[in-house]
Design a protein around this ligand. Structure first.
Ligand SMILES: [Ca+2]
Length: 137
């Protein structure tokens, strides 16, 4: 029996830096590659934004609600996008990642599938719905 939750929400988290660091949260849907490209051409340094995101999924095997994280160089608290303790699978984008059980990189750190391009369809033992913050290198 499959639970239908209507339209699968895709939440995109982008971080734009203008001197300091401000987080822009876009709940309205997927940010297109074109929009991201526009940000790049608008001068967002690639050092702050990964070319392809870390995609976190609520369901196993890359299913369910998805959060895409592009921001590099800082810990992103998933509670900010309503995704605390929800990750059940993920795909690493072009930037290596760290995943932590607590906010701000605190707590235990995930130990496998952290390099660019890795696809984790089922979380390691004890890690289902545990990740609370992520970091893109
Ligand atoms: Ca989940």
């Amino acid at each position: 029996m499959r639970k239908v939750i209507g339209v699968v929400a895709t939440v995109t988290l982008l971080v734009v830096s203008l001197g300091g660091t401000a987080q822009a949260f876009n709940p309205s849907g997927r940010t297109s590659a074109g929009a991201l490209q526009a940000r790049h051409s608008a001068g967002l340094p690639s050092s702050l934004s990964c070319s392809t995101p870390l995609r976190l999924h609520d369901g196993t095997n890359q299913t369910g609600t998805t959060v895409s994280v592009y921001a590099r160089g800082l810990w992103i608290d998933l509670s900010a996008v309503g995704f605390d303790n929800k990750t059940s699978s993920f795909t690493v984008g072009a930037c290596a990642v760290e995943l932590a059980s607590g906010s701000g990189g605190s707590g235990a750190h995930y130990t496998r599938c952290l390099s660019a391009g890795c696809v984790e369809n089922v979380m390691d033992l004890g890690w289902n719905n545990v990740v609370s913050s992520v970091y893109l290198h």
